[in-house]
Design a binder for this molecule. Structure first.
Ligand code: ZN
Length: 192
């Protein structure tokens, strides 16, 4: 992993000779989930999980489970929330493509058209759940706990994505960055 980080850093070297090797990398202790900022050259310790140095990249390779980077980000956030008496849990994470297609088809039945359904359930071709890159947190009964994640998630690289889905989070920033503006709903992804 260290070698990979080194390789990536070398690829990122600017051509003017300056060494851009100190890109911050956030690491979480495997036991306490306390955060520590390292850099992409030094990497994380064997006793730590890497939470990454940027947004979690979208890979189109077939997935069978939640992206590990996303899982570690969530576990670190969950540990921090617990210290403040807030219980966070993933109520839906990775979904197969066929499951997402089924959920979308159900929504089309419920709302009456593809367009209306897409406001509430992402069509399989744009949903990040089948890519292992999205989690639904504390859905459907606990929006107030999920609010903790909406406020504090950026520290762990987690952001709420949709204005109409308080439960849906993705790892679309580096830990510590500011979350971008939310999309109006899943339908907006079809235009982006
Ligand atoms: Zn979701």
């Amino acid at each position: 992993m260290k070698r990979l980080a080194m390789l990536i850093a070398l690829l990122l070297l600017p051509t003017n000779g300056a060494y851009a090797v100190d890109i911050p990398l956030t690491c979480a202790d495997q036991k306490t989930f306390g955060l520590r900022v390292s850099n992409v050259i030094d990497g994380c310790l064997d006793s730590e999980y890497s939470l990454g140095a940027g947004p979690i990249p979208i890979s189109l390779l077939p997935k069978q489970d939640l992206d590990l980077n996303l899982l570690y980000r969530f576990l670190a956030a969950q540990a921090a929330a617990k210290k403040e008496g807030v219980a966070l849990e993933i109520t839906s994470g990775y979904r197969t493509l066929s499951r997402q297609k089924y959920l979308f088809a159900q929504a089309v039945k419920k709302y009456g058209s593809y367009d209306k359904a897409a406001k509430w359930v992402a069509p399989a071709e744009v949903s990040h759940h089948p890519l292992g890159l999205a989690i639904d947190v504390n859905y459907p009964n606990d929006p107030s706990s999920a609010k903790w994640l909406e406020i504090n998630g950026y520290k762990f690289g987690l952001c709420r994505i949709f204005k109409n889905e308080w439960w849906h989070f993705e790892g679309n920033i580096a830990p510590g960055w500011k979350c971008p503006a939310m999309f109006k709903n899943a339908r907006a992804l079809l235009n982006s």
